[in-house]
Design a protein around this ligand. Structure first.
Ligand code: PGA
Length: 253
């Protein structure tokens, strides 16, 4: 049976009180596929969300982390700090972090290694800009991200990473990739990953699509064979919208 992960990326939204109420409402939905659902929240909301989701099967996690365990890195949060709160997931290399906060494939690679060593599942974001796509360079661009981001990561760890293909031109723009465009790139990424490791590893790894996924387009995207779920920004901020996407995945089982 196809495995899914429906992950909400709240970005810099909600206060702790709102986050707690959201988590309670989400838990109350009693999803049959709760183990395939997660929310990625701001650092300050992690403890509250974790305690409210306890026993629900729904995962939670952070949106960024530093690769060093401790030290003179003012303003940063380490993997052991996330571990202490019991997070399941952490986003790495989101395009907003690559664009506004100087994230590079080198720091992404270090973060992946640090998280994998600690048993936290990284959700690695890759994806091209509109300019790159218009120049028909999207496959080369994304393949190079995958090569660099997985550099030196052994197979048994690499398959634990969740890859999210997020074309930058589709993020927060309302402009979703068509199911065919999304499928084409997710299948391509699976092939690249299989080339780096092997075919079984390619079958095992979860590859999500992200970029304006919403209740009205989720079922068509999720039905594609190489799309194992979604990384959802805007539509993850409302319990009902997010739940509708979770239900769409459940119906494809
Ligand atoms: P969006 O964001 O669903 O609002 O387009 C997706 C993301 O950036 O993870």
């Amino acid at each position: 049976m196809k495995k899914f992960l429906i992950a909400g990326n709240w970005k810099m939204n909600k206060l702790t009180s709102e986050a707690g109420a959201f988590a309670e409402e989400l838990k109350a939905k009693n999803f049959t596929n709760a183990e395939e659902v997660a929310i990625l929240v701001p650092f300050t909301q992690l403890a509250e969300v974790g305690s409210k989701l306890a026993g629900s099967g729904i995962g939670f996690g952070a949106q960024n982390v530093h690769f060093e365990k401790s030290g003179a890195f003012t303003g940063e949060i380490s993997v052991p700090m996330l571990q202490e709160i019991g997070v399941d997931y952490c986003i790495v290399g989101h395009s907003e972090r690559r664009e506004y906060f100087g994230e590079t494939d080198l720091t992404v690679n270090k973060k992946l290694k640090a998280l994998l060593e600690a048993g936290i599942t990284p959700i690695l974001c890759v994806g091209e800009s509109l300019e790159v796509r218009e120049g028909k360079g999207e496959q080369t661009f994304v393949a190079n991200q995958v090569f660099a981001d997985f550099e030196g990561i052994p197979r048994n760890m690499a398959t634990k990473v969740v890859i999210a293909y997020e074309p930058i031109w589709a993020i927060g723009t309302g402009k979703t990739a068509t199911p065919e465009q999304a499928e084409e790139m997710c299948a391509f990424i699976r092939g690249v990953f299989g080339g780096m490791y092997d075919n079984e590893a390619a079958d095992e790894i979860l590859i999500l699509y992200g970029g304006s996924m919403k209740p009205s387009n989720a079922a068509d995207l999720l039905a594609k064979p190489d799309i194992n779920g979604g990384l959802i920004g805007g539509a993850s901020l409302k319990v009902d919208d997010f739940s509708a996407i979770v239900d769409a995945a459940a119906q494809l089982k």
